[in-house]
Write a protein of this length. Structure first.
Length: 283
């Protein structure tokens, strides 16, 4: 039986649950909802999500925005990133009683943020907007440096492989991931998503000199999904398996058969897409 994608109703119910947990209804409590675009270097962070006694992106962003708002805020993001993963345009939202101009939110937050995080834009939005649940697509890229010697300059921006990879074999395998599939073989064993079904809109490799870059977009991603995909595709590029291995993994739905998880430092969260009605000032 073909697995199904989560319905709009199910996603809406999740959004309502999150809103109740937040304890704030902007439309009824005088709060306004602010969205922001963030860029960050994930090298020195233990991921996005708050952790005790660990430096996280969420922690430094909440501290900075709370200073501008002059009250504590809780921020929510479009896609939580793991330790060492970077973001070109992460989207967040938070609710606040403060009234500030868009420019003031941007400049004020950046003054209080460390050098490895920056706000690029801010926009007040309808309370129906949610950085995670309103997103209709997300995009990632993963960079691999293929050359005989390592690069100190690229060590936090790409994964180094000293052996050559067969780009055409990897492209053939990547194409097999496009479409709606059960990605159980490509999710982390501890992934908490209710459904393993996702629709991949595109998945392809490009070469930029000595760097191979995977570009992938989907309606959503499972925990470690992109890094597990890269692990499989690079094994195929090394000749350890045939491109048809991707189809086998999709069919068996077993993460223990899915190969290694690629390192985090080559991964970039590129952006999330939203309905045009929200009119976000994204790049």
């Amino acid at each position: 039986m073909k697995a199904r994608t989560p319905t709009e109703l199910e996603l809406t119910q999740d959004l309502v649950t999150v809103a109740r947990q937040d304890g704030a209804d902007p439309g009824r409590s005088g709060l306004i909802r602010i969205a922001m675009g963030l860029e960050y270097d994930g090298s020195a962070f233990h991921g996005w999500q708050l952790q005790d006694e660990a430096r996280t992106v969420q922690a430094v962003v909440e501290a900075a925005v709370s200073r501008v708002a002059d009250h504590p805020v809780r921020v929510h993001c479009a896609g939580r990133t793991d330790r060492g993963v970077h973001a070109e345009e992460q989207v967040i939202h938070f609710d606040t009683q403060a009234r500030r101009a868009e420019r003031s939110w941007v400049l004020g937050a950046n003054v209080n943020l460390p050098p490895d995080v920056a706000v690029s834009w801010a926009r007040p939005l309808d309370p129906a907007f949610h950085a995670r649940f309103s997103a209709i697509a997300r995009h990632y890229r993963y960079r691999i440096l293929c050359r005989p010697t390592r690069s100190p300059l690229a060590r936090d921006r790409a994964v180094w492989l000293h052996q050559a990879l067969d780009l055409e074999r990897m492209r053939m395998a990547a194409a097999l991931l496009v479409g709606e599939h059960d990605f159980s073989s490509f999710r982390a064993l501890g992934c908490q998503a209710k459904s393993p079904v996702r629709r991949v809109h595109y998945c392809d490799w490009a070469r930029e000199g000595e760097v191979l870059e995977l570009r992938i977009g989907a309606n959503g991603f499972l925990h470690h999904m992109v890094r597990n995909i890269v692990g499989v595709l690079t094994a195929i590029g090394r000749g350890e398996a045939e491109p048809a291995w991707v189809e086998e993994l999709l069919a068996i739905r077993d993460r223990t058969r899915g190969g290694v998880t690629a390192p985090p430092q080559g991964l970039f969260f590129v952006r999330a897409d939203y309905p045009a009605a929200f009119a976000l000032p994204q790049r």
